[in-house]
Write a protein that binds this ligand. Structure first.
Ligand SMILES: CC(=O)N[C@H]1[C@@H](OP(=O)(O)OP(=O)(O)OC[C@H]2O[C@@H](n3ccc(=O)[nH]c3=O)[C@H](O)[C@@H]2O)O[C@H](CO)[C@@H](O)[C@@H]1O
Ligand SMILES: C=C(OP(=O)(O)O)C(=O)O
Length: 436
């Protein structure tokens, strides 16, 4: 796939239905988990995005049979795995490009006793340490080695043994890795300070259907009793809550009337509440979220009248992956907002593009930005810009769709990493957006 750009002509209000894709970050976990069984695992609602395409390539390279049953459903059979592939240049090249590749380690270690990984890719949004993964795997009995010169990690174990693990921090992919290793370890593993996003819950549900014994679903303390082997299953990926949040932000910012279909509201945690704090009216109709046309939206203050702060935190806190969307929405809101991105240290630098477009933002430091909402006193203006990471990319796309004139957004590979044919889907509800 070439790295194209979007040409976006803004200022139109959009109208219609959007159906969210399957969740990127769940897909990356459950696709890695297919390595844990020699029997077929069928996964539905797999999003058609670049990160998934890359992971499918890695699985094929490892010798997994990958059959596409329909547009979003695949059957995987990991009868035998070619472990030599993980030492190849092809593996290194692909694994380095996505963050999700890190979750191949847990299953490979559990089933074959060894795993190897070059430093994984993903967004360049600050330091993204992997200590939590390896400290957890070491406690299960793995030997860990880091080749500083080649920036490569390896783990080996004759046998994994269950134990009590206090995770070094609440890491989403780290928890997934340790869970996938523990399900085939001998005895009981207790994982405390575990991440508990719906992604992790879904992974645990799928593993349980494959025969794993997991207690504590949805909490930060999991108890896993290891089994000898796992069987096949069928699994359906949840709608992507980050895409749902992005669509809510898009609707508010572009004064559109949009219905987001089949969102599985009960899995969205506090996400709807945070958008309500931003002044967005959300009407939950059955399992759909309807966002009516709103002339303006007003950011609430705290009860004592002080300025609203929105910050990220591990689940069930507000996900860091929606902070860029909240920030861009604030630029046209009535009122002011402090955006405090606590988890990543370089995720706010894209605000300079919004400032060039006319937004009133003060970047206080790498973690905090104050946004003074324009309340539509004037429109942002279209500019040429480059998308630094996936969520900033979509935030810039939203800004461009609301702006006066045409914007060019380069490096949209970043957006394609996690949003399925976003241009086509937004065009269908009236957006003027072309791939150039
Ligand atoms: C492929 C995938 O699933 N990627 C997601 C995954 O990345 P990933 O699993 O790599 O992220 P982690 O959960 O490990 O940690 C994210 C960052 O937050 C920091 N941290 C973590 C816990 C904490 O209490 N305080 C804190 O500051 C970590 O040091 C790290 O810099 O989870 C992130 C956090 O939800 C999301 O942004 C990514 O989209
Ligand atoms: C940061 C993200 O992705 P990754 O971890 O794949 O870089 C994201 O999905 O917002």
């Amino acid at each position: 796939m070439t790295n194209e750009s979007f040409a976006v002509t803004g200022g139109r209000s959009l109208r219609g239905d959007l159906v969210p894709q399957g969740a990127k970050n769940e897909a990356l976990q459950v696709l890695c988990a297919v390595l844990l069984s020699a029997e077929p695992v069928t996964i539905a609602n797999v999003p058609e995005i670049r990160d998934v395409a890359m992971l499918l390539d890695l699985l094929r390279g490892l010798g997994v049979e990958v059959e596409k049953l329909n547009s979003d459903t695949y059957r995987f059979t990991a009868r035998e795995v070619d472990l030599d592939y993980v030492q190849s240049d092809a593996f290194e090249d692909k694994a380095r490009r996505i963050r999700g590749s890190v979750m191949l380690i847990g299953p490979l270690l559990a089933r074959y006793g060894r795993a190897f990984l070059p430093k994984p890719g993903g967004d360049k949004i600050g330091r993204r340490r992997l200590d939590t993964h390896f400290l957890g795997l070491q406690q299960l009995g793995a030997q860990f080695d880091y080749d500083v010169d080649r920036n490569q990690y390896s783990v080996t174990a004759k046998k994994l043994k269950g134990t009590y693990i206090l995770m070094d921090e609440i890491s989403l992919t780290g928890t997934a890795n340790v869970i996938m290793a523990a399900v085939l370890a001998e005895g009981v593993t207790r994982i405390y300070n575990a991440a508990c996003e719906p992604y992790i819950q879904q992974l645990c549900r799928m593993l349980t259907r494959m025969g794993a014994k997991i207690e504590g679903l949805g909490s930060n303390l999991l108890a896993i009793t290891g089994v000898e082997e796992l069987g096949g299953t069928e699994h359906r990926i949840l709608p992507d809550m980050i895409e749902i949040g992005s669509f809510i932000g898009l609707a508010a910012m572009t004064q559109s009337e949009i219905t987001i279909k089949d969102v599985q509201v009960h899995e969205l945690g506090i996400i709807p509440r945070v958008f309500e704090k931003m002044g967005v009216q959300l009407e939950i109709k059955g399992d759909d979220i309807h966002i009516p046309y709103q002339e303006e939206y007003e950011i609430q203050t705290f009860i004592d009248g002080s300025i609203m702060t929105i910050y990220d935190a591990p689940w069930p806190g507000f996900t860091p992956d929606l902070m860029s969307i909240i920030l861009v929405m604030a630029t046209q809101a009535k009122g002011s907002l402090l955006v405090h991105q606590k988890m990543f240290e370089s995720r706010l630098f894209f605000v300079d593009k919004l400032i060039d477009m006319g937004a009133q933002i003060i970047l206080c430091d790498p973690h905090r930005a104050t946004v003074i909402g324009l309340n539509r006193r004037f429109q942002l203006r279209g500019i040429e810009m480059t998308s630094p990471d996936i969520r900033a990319g979509v935030a810039l796309l939203i800004a461009a769709l609301s702006a006066k004139g045409t914007s060019i957004i380069h490096n949209i590979n970043q957006i394609d990493r996690g949003y399925q044919r976003i241009d086509e889907r937004l065009r269908a509800i009236g957006a003027q957006i072309e791939r150039v």
